[in-house]
Write a protein that binds this ligand. Sequence first.
Ligand code: AMP
Length: 399
Amino acid sequence: MISSVADVDVRGKRVLTRVDFNVPQDENGNITDDTRIRESLPTIRSIISNGGLAVLMSHLGRPKDEDKRKYSLQPIATRLTELLASDGIDVQFSADCIGSAASAMVDASEMGNVVLLENLRFYKQEEANDPEFSSALARHGDVYCNDAFGTAHRAHASTSGVPSLFASVCAGLLMQKELEYLGKALDHPARPLVSIFGGSKISGKIDVIGALLNKCDTILIGGGMMFTFLKATGLNVGSSLVEVDRIDLAAEILREAAAKNIHLVLPTDAVVATSFDNDAERKVVNVDAIESGWMGLDIGPETAQAYATEIEAAGTAVWNGPMGVFEFSNFASGTKAIADAFVCATVKGTITIVGGGDSAAAITQFGHANHVTHVSTGGGASLEFLEGKKLPGVVALDR
Ligand code: AMP
């Protein structure tokens, strides 16, 4: 059973909380999107309003020794201070995540406030899940809370080693929401359960597609990976992205889907171009008419329409990966059509879940992030969860 931070007695306690403050920044260190900071506020406010001290820890980027300062969490402390100012909550920043100065700051802090520790990845022991580093971090808390779903698939010190040292562990409100939506989609989905996969490569998603063959009613395929599937059916796909070493695997998935009576749908048309360029010459063709020298960069309008119909008729719809090269405006229509279908389906009562990473970026780009049931904060973590894998950061919370 996983407890929620809202149900744990935190009065008078230091709640050591793993958050995901891995926000994008420009070259001057300005935060370009503070969504992840704002999403942690409900958990922070819950700890404070229940009488605890929130001691926050996070990673930021992939710091190497020479560029440490660039990855400091100091700008995040400044932003967090602004966001919590109206609540009267004080944020202190500790320039180290472990050690005597950090401990002194935490110990001197009064309940009802926040201490943010410096970037965990300034120590390579974080990713190595080093026991001594875990103990040094654990000194900062009486209760452990994890609100960072996006790193829950990694057994790092802050997600795995540290919680193993606590008697009292819990999930933050954001983590709880992720587990609730993704868990329900897998275990008790409103049917039909329709999943839609895109993105560049089949290799990163083949395991989850295989696992979902046992759960889904319908699987829709788009993105670069569609061409490996189409190739597996014997079609010529021109110079489209194909993972030659995955063609047999794609054929196997198609056979398995047919044997299990799963509706696995491939595109019937595609937008093809003469080069990988937004301004390249382009046209819509049926998938059995892709000429050599042309590459598919988006699903075609007929496919987009057919997929939209499936999504709008779904009880639950799960989406991971863009339908085309949505970063190029001329090849974004397929992805936009799916984003629109997700919004329409949500209005009609479908539970709609968008996996993290590029599909989350796409739905945000089209202004629809608030118009679907749930946008996951974790790309890799949500895929591994859907695959049925046990996430170390979640296992550590289950007592
Ligand atoms: P992934 O990280 O595997 O989800 O892939 C996301 C990337 O796939 C995005 O950057 C898209 O531009 C890219 N992508 C989608 N469709 C295609 C395609 N037909 N050919 C090449 N790249 C694609």
